[in-house]
Design a protein around this ligand. Structure first.
Ligand SMILES: [Zn+2]
Length: 116
């Protein structure tokens, strides 16, 4: 299954078949119960902003042309939390949807206000 870390647009997370725990960073076993019976699931790309911060000085040359930009922690509808770019001006508690922005030859997820 592909996602943005593999160069295509999509967010993939993992779910434990034993205890139903969900998490974002890929690993070979469940961080809650230790089961190795896990599945990859495509996320809907919807969630709520848990925290947001504005970056005025980019940490790398590659990001410099994007600054200032905002980084948020998103509580996804599927139950895992992920860090991603968010539109500037979005606040904590707002509903957001993902879109993908070209970044070099890759795609980065960026969350935008969900107006639906
Ligand atoms: Zn588990």
């Amino acid at each position: 299954m592909n996602d943005w870390t593999q160069g295509t647009a999509g967010i993939v997370f993992q779910r434990c078949s034993a205890c139903s725990h969900v998490w974002y960073f890929r690993r070979s076993f469940c961080p809650r119960c230790g089961s190795t019976d896990t599945t990859m699931v495509q996320a809907s790309g919807s969630g709520v902003v848990y925290a947001v911060t504005e970056v005025m000085r980019a940490p790398s040359e590659q990001l410099r042309s994007h600054a200032p930009y905002a980084i948020g922690l998103i509580d996804t509808d599927e139950g895992f939390r992920m860090m991603a770019h968010v539109d500037r001006g979005i606040g904590i508690g707002e509903r957001v949807r993902v879109r993908y922005i070209a970044f070099g030859d890759a795609f980065l997820p960026q969350f935008t206000r969900d107006l639906s």
